[in-house]
Design a protein around this ligand. Structure first.
Ligand code: BES
Ligand code: ZN
Ligand code: ZN
Length: 488
């Protein structure tokens, strides 16, 4: 499937379906001649969509235009780039699943959105179309030929090639993260995840993969502790891309390829989706890949620790005290709070050995964050207010939103241990779980400005809406690319 821009106008372009966005009751000036040709049919449909009788409406052109049908889609109350992405995603789904088409054309980017350029809007439409039409078809074997798939999609307009290309790179990298999240956890092992990272070398990224022997040599003992219950070897991956820029930013990801909970085994419903517990690592991989493909002028190092969390015969145990790369010790109060344990090593190693100016970690860290924020936005906290502000701003622009959680001293005290330096469970089991997970991580960051994003609620979706499809969402790639580009 491909999106491309074509220098053509509505009344000259031949297509099965033309998608138009509706943001007001009136037919916009540039569509008036078309409405005249259609004897006011467009105006009537505009009003119906705007009155929300129907969020979309299909208008036949009855041979009066080279386009066969026009699909009008309501942009909703809040008209911004995210609305454009959502409507574009919806358009793609409707064209494919309801109209049964393989192709359509769109002028959605010509909708007026104050403070945006046509390039930004064309990029948003491209993202929405490519994200909304995503399907994970690898394991469908029956009647494959009957599966509906989109082919070529056209944006009508001049000088939009760059914007379409940018949107395509971002959406494809996000879709790659979706693929990784959706893949069987028995297939996507730490070794396989590292191989996917290694493929990024073709875009000019230097990728170093450490295997178990090397991880032992480096002294990443917390990562090794979590790995003990598994028959799959862990991996530690460093991806460097230097496109210039004033700051070196490290992105650090949680790469738990399957979280059974370990000996503190999860109940079946909670375990069912735990193949996506590598989405922090996925977002890091996807963002570094996108930055390199876009030849962004940023200096970034992506790091992730990968292992699964299994209850094998030698699994780490509740009550164990685990040594870490930093020298600090961790009391394991619950083996299911494993993400923070591996991140303890990943963060400390990154700070000491890679000396970034700023660190941002992403992790599907806590169910508590899902309870607090749902899937609408991710939680952000940390020691660097300016990075947090930047992430909030980038989140609002990309639609991958984040919401800041407090980081008061009292929360930091709740991860103290009687027996070790820190405990991987907050003192009050049912209180402020997302924040205490964050304050645990803070114990492993010495002085580097740092922000932590808990993506537990945003990485997986049980619902289908806008450009979101069920299962892995690929959250974080567009957020990180936007934030890093605006940081330099
Ligand atoms: N991977 C989970 C968190 C999670 C939950 C991610 C739901 C995505 C959706 C994490 O490793 C975990 O199990 N956290 C525990 C921590 C608890 C034992 C302190 C949790 O949130 O229940
Ligand atoms: Zn867990
Ligand atoms: Zn986990």
């Amino acid at each position: 499937m491909r999106v491309s821009a074509v220098d053509a106008t509505i009344d000259s372009f031949q297509t099965e379906l033309l998608v138009v966005g509706v943001s007001s009751e009136q037919v916009p000036e540039q569509l008036k001649p078309i409405d005249d040709k259609l004897e006011g049919a467009l105006g009537k449909a505009f009003k119906e969509v705007r009155d929300r009788e129907q969020p979309f409406r299909l208008v036949s052109t009855s041979g009066k235009l080279p386009a066969k049908d026009i699909l009008l889609l309501g942009l909703g109350e809040e008209i911004n780039l995210e609305a454009l992405r959502r409507v574009s995603g919806q358009a793609a789904k409707l064209a494919r699943d309801v109209c049964g088409l393989t192709t359509f054309a769109t002028v959605l980017h010509e909708t007026t959105i104050p403070g945006t350029s046509v390039e930004e809007r064309a990029q948003a439409v491209t993202e929405g179309v490519l994200l909304g039409s995503y399907q994970f078809l690898k394991y469908r074997t029956v009647d494959r030929e009957k599966i509906k798939q989109l082919g070529d999609i056209t944006l009508l307009g001049k000088g939009l090639d760059g914007a379409v290309e940018r949107g395509t790179v971002l959406a494809e990298c996000q879709n790659l993260v979706r693929d990784l999240a959706n893949e069987s956890p028995s297939v996507l092992t730490p070794e396989k995840l590292a191989e996917v990272a290694k493929e990024t070398e073709k875009f000019g990224v230097k990728v170093t993969v450490y295997d178990k022997a090397k991880i032992e040599e480096l002294g990443l003992t917390a990562l090794l502790a979590v790995n003990r219950g598994s028959v799959q070897e862990p991996r530690f991956v460093i991806m460097k891309y230097n496109g210039g820029g004033s700051k070196k930013v490290a992105l650090v990801g949680k790469g738990i390829t399957f979280d059974s909970g370990g000996l503190d085994l999860k109940p079946p419903e909670a375990m069912l989706t735990m193949k996506h517990d590598m989405c922090g690592a996925g977002a890091v991989l996807g963002a570094v890949r996108a930055l390199a493909m876009l030849k962004a002028k940023v200096n970034v190092v992506g790091v992730f620790a990968a292992t699964d969390n299994m209850p094998g015969m030698d699994a780490y145990k509740p009550g164990d005290v685990v040594p870490t790369y930093s020298g600090k010790t961790i009391e394991v109060a619950n083996t299911d709070a494993e993400g923070r344990v591996i991140l303890a090593d990943a963060l400390a190693y990154t700070e000491r050995k890679l000396t970034p100016d700023v660190m941002i970690d992403l992790a599907t860290l806590t169910g508590a964050c899902v309870v607090a924020l749902g899937s609408v936005c991710a939680g952000v906290m940390g020691t660097d207010d300016s990075t947090i502000k930047r992430l909030i701003d980038s989140g609002n622009k990309t639609g991958e939103r984040v919401w800041q959680l407090p980081f008061f001293r009292e929360y930091h005290e709740q991860v103290k241990s009687d027996i070790a330096d820190v405990r991987n469970l907050g003192q009050f089991r049912r209180e402020s779980g997302a924040i205490t997970a964050g304050t645990f991580l803070a114990a492993f960051v010495e002085k580097t400005p740092w922000a932590h994003i808990d993506i537990a609620g945003t990485s997986w979706s049980d619902r289908e809406y806008g450009y979101t499809v069920k299962n892995g969402t690929g959250y974080g790639v567009r957020l990180l690319v936007h934030a890093l580009e605006s940081m330099q």
